[in-house]
Design a binder for this molecule. Structure first.
Ligand code: UD1
Length: 424
C-alpha cells in the first residue's frame, strides 16, 4: 500500500492548474455505450483509478478503449455483453451509470448491486424507479439488477424525482435518449456534471432541452453519432487546492476553472476573511492573518457541495471561534472527524452536524483515509500540523485526485509518497 508523508507547517503559494472532472468523466464514458458506430474522443479526462476502473468495465462489455495524454478514445460498436460484474461495481459505485445506456441501446441491462458505502446508506431506488417509469421491468436476481424493456422500446414519460440525485438524473437521461416521444425529468440535478452530460449527448445527436434547469426535456432520437468532446474542470479539486492555500495562510491561484461554478464556496471563503479575485478561467485566494469561523450546510448544486464538507471542517480547525458544518445529503459522512481529533482538533458530531472549536494547534501523527474526500481533508490537516503526518491507505485519494501531492509540492508543500505494509 502507499501513504503520504507530510512535513507540515509550510505556507503554500503559487499557481496550479486544475484537472478534468472525475464526476463528469464517468457519465461521459457511460454515455459512449449509446453510440453504435465510430470512435469517440473524450479530452481532459483525468488520470485516476476510477477512470481506469470504468475503462475496465467498458472493455469487459466489449468496447475498445485507449488512453493517452488525458484523451480517451472509445469505440462501443462491438458490445457483446450487457452485464456489469460485481468485481468492478464494488470498486466503484458510479458503475451503475451503465444501466440506463445499456437498457436504451440493447433493451436489457444487468448490473451488480453496488453494496456498502463508507459514509452511510446510498440507495439506488431512484435509478430503478426511472427505468421502470420509462417502461422497463426491473427485478433483483442473485445480487444483480435485471432491467428489461417491455415491448420494443422505452417510452417517453414524466419522471418526478422526490429527491435530487445526480446519478439517477444521469441514468434517466441516458435511458431516455432513444425513448419514444418526450421524457420530462422533474427535480433533475442541475450540477455542472449533468449539464456536461447533456451537452455531450446533444453533440452526438440527442435532443435534450432545458439543459441546466430542474425540468429536463428529452425527445427520443433513433441513434447517436460518434463525436469529439472536452470534459469540464474538476470543481472539487479546484476548491481543495484553494483550501490548501487558506489553511496554510498562503496565496494560491487555480487556473483552468470557471469561477461561476464555485460561487457558493467562494462566497464562504470570503466570509472567512479570504480575499477572492476571479478572472476568466482563474481564481486567486489570498489568506487573512486569522481565518474567521464560517458555517456551511452541504446541499445540492448550486449550494455548498457535500464533496467539500470534509475539507471545510479541516479549514475550520484553524478558524477563530466555533463553527458548524451540516451535511444534508449524506447524514453519516463524518469518518474524518475522529481522525482530525487524533491530530489535535476539537470537533463534536451530533446527528448530521459537526461543531468545530478553533483555532487549534494540530500535531502530526498517523491517520487513516476512509473515503475520497475524507482523505483530502486529512492531507489538508497534515499541511498545517506541526511535525510529520502520515496519511495511510491513500488508494481512496488516488480514486479522485490526479497527482495531488505533486500539485501541492509545486506550491511549496513537502509531501512524499511512500510504499508500506500494513500489520494484519
Ligand atoms: C454524486 C457524486 C458524489 C457526490 C454526490 C452528491 C459522482 C460519481 N458522485 O454521487 O461525489 O457526493 O453526487 O453531490 O458523480 N439517493 C436516493 N436514492 C437514489 C439515489 C440517491 O435516495 O436512488 C439520495 C442519496 O442517498 C443522497 C442524495 O440522493 O442522499 C444525493 O445522492 P446522489 O446525487 O444520487 O449521489 P451520487 O450520484 O451517487
Amino acid at each position: 500500500m502507499e501513504k503520504l508523508v507530510i512535513q507540515g507547517g509550510r505556507q503554500l503559494n503559487g499557481t496550479v492548474k486544475t484537472s478534468g472532472s472525475k464526476n463528469s468523466a464517468l457519465p461521459l464514458m457511460a454515455a459512449t455505450l449509446l453510440c453504435n458506430s465510430g470512435e469517440i474522443k473524450l479530452h481532459r479526462i483525468p488520470d485516476l483509478k476510477d477512470i481506469q476502473t470504468f475503462s475496465k468495465l467498458l472493455v469487459y462489455l466489449g468496447a475498445e478503449v485507449s488512453y493517452q495524454a488525458n484523451t480517451l478514445n472509445i469505440s462501443t460498436s462491438n458490445i457483446r455483453c450487457v452485464q456489469a460484474p460485481y468485481e468492478l461495481v464494488k470498486q466503484m459505485r458510479a458503475s451503475i451509470y451503465v444501466l440506463g445506456p445499456l437498457l436504451a441501446r440493447f433493451g436489457h441491462a444487468s448490473v451488480s448491486l453496488p453494496g456498502g458505502c463508507a459514509f452511510g446508506p446510498r440507495p439506488i431506488d431512484l435509478h430503478l424507479m426511472a427505468m421502470e417509469k420509462l417502461g422497463a421491468s426491473v427485478t433483483i436476481e442473485k445480487g444483480f439488477i435485471e432491467a428489461k424493456v417491455k415491448g420494443n422500446r422505452l417510452r417517453g414519460v414524466q419522471i418526478d424525482f422526490p429527491v435530487t440525485s445526480v446519478g439517477a438524473t444521469g441514468n434517466a437521461l441516458m435511458a431516455a435518449v432513444f425513448a419514444e416521444g418526450i421524457t420530462t425529468i422533474n427535480n433533475a440535478a442541475v450540477e455542472p456534471e449533468i449539464v456536461t452530460l447533456c451537452c455531450f449527448l446533444n453533440a452526438m445527436g440527442a435532443n435534450i432541452r432545458k439543459i441546466g434547469t430542474p425540468s429536463l426535456e428529452i425527445e427520443g432520437v433513433d441513434n447517436l453519432n460518434a463525436s469529439e468532446f472536452t470534459n469540464i474542470f474538476d470543481r472539487i479539486e479546484a476548491l481543495t487546492l484553494l483550501t490548501a492555500g487558506a489553511i496554510t495562510g498562503g496565496s494560491i491561484t487555480v487556473t483552468g476553472a470557471d469561477p461561476a461554478q464555485l460561487a457558493a464556496v467562494l462566497g464562504k471563503f470570503e466570509q472567512t476573511g479570504c480575499r477572492i479575485i476571479t478572472d476568466t478561467g482563474s481564481i486567486t485566494l489570498e489568506s487573512p492573518d486569522m481565518l474567521l469561523r464560517t458555517d456551511v450546510i452541504a446541499n445540492p448544486y448550486p449550494l455548498f457541495p457535500t464533496d467539500m464538507q470534509a475539507q471545510w471542517i479541516a479549514l475550520m480547525t484553524q478558524a477563530e471561534g466555533v463553527s458548524h458544518v451540516i451535511d444534508k445529503i449524506y447524514h453519516e459522512r463524518f469518518n474524518h472527524i475522529p481522525e482530525l481529533n487524533r491530530l489535535g482538533a476539537h470537533i463534536e458530531i451530533r446527528d448530521n452536524e459537526a461543531t468545530i472549536h478553533g483555532p487549534r494547534k494540530l500535531t502530526g501523527t498517523k491517520v487513516m483515509s476512509t473515503d475520497l474526500r475524507a482523505s483530502a481533508c486529512l492531507v489538508l490537516a497534515g499541511l498545517v500540523a506541526q511535525g510529520v503526518t502520515e496519511v495511510l491507505r491513500i488508494y481512496h485519494l488516488d480514486r479522485g485526485y490526479e497527482r495531488i501531492e505533486k500539485k501541492l509540492n509545486s506550491l511549496g508543500a513537502a509531501i512524499e509518497r511512500v510504499s508500506y505494509q500494513e500489520f494484519v
